[in-house]
Design a protein around this ligand. Sequence first.
Ligand SMILES: [Ca+2]
Length: 342
Amino acid sequence: MLKLHLDTDLGGDIDDLCALAMALHWPEVELLAVTTNSDDRGKRAGYTRYALGLAGRDDIPVAAGADVSGSYYRVRPGWPDESVYWPEPVRPAPTPLERALSLLEDSIEQGAVLVAIGAFTNLALLEKRAPGILRRAKLYLMGGYVYPPRAGFPPWGNDMDWNVQVDVASAQVVLQHSSPTLVPLSVTVETALRRAYLARLRRSGPLAQLIARQAEAFAKDERMEARFGLTCPGLPEDIINFLHDPLACAIALGWNEGVETREIPLQMEVKDGWLQQRVDDTGVPTSVEGSSVSSGSIPLRAPSRPPTPILSRSDHLRVSMGVGERRGEDPHIQHAGPGAGW
Ligand SMILES: [Ca+2]
């Protein structure tokens, strides 16, 4: 049984909810705990508990980690309208930060795969509390930006790498003190939650129905069918959202169809407050300007690191949000069969 820990910003972009549902239904996986980052007095933790409750999994510990009041973040994430996205008011579930860090630490010590699908604040705070721990973690990060998306997909740049750029200081700490596998935006933009899936989601379990509800609301708010479905030849016309976080989780859990993971020597630096990564075959340590670090202008020196595993495409990524084949199960990620349109 593979052990898993999710560190999430569930409650904003709906792909975290999809990732959670997928993880709960992935065969031979035990979800040890969920921690939230960029939380707001336990709001995300409350949403997470609510979602776990719909799946009958109140037994899984949830703790609220780094809070938006902590001045970690470039911007304060916005919140979708709770009365539209959730079927009833959801009670926040605040907990002490130390509780979240302890859950993370326990999961790492138990050998869990740790998947970070939000800002990396909690991981950086844990490294400060227990120096060296991240180096021992089986860590997968949804984020990083080395190559642009392929033609046919949104031509997003480094500034769209939310999980890194919303808290650059933490991303720096994590990348310097861990050996993560990066699942970058340039690959996750080749996934899609499609309107075609909604009918089946509505017929599935309570958690799938919540995803369907949120997907409909998200489609109205984000209008991705018009913005990307009609303009990006690589994407289905009925795209409601990308599945950044489910893909990161799937890769962490062993998914390898249509993708490959390559080891690339990366160096990073911060320019004008934005973290930039680049391939550096020399492997020479590079100074990193500390302009966005609380220590002010003290330059940080990146340690010499082994190459970073980074997800790439072997040919054509074929991952989609599907629903269970049997018994009205909640959704999991599944192979989009031959002939899939993207
Ligand atoms: Ca997320």
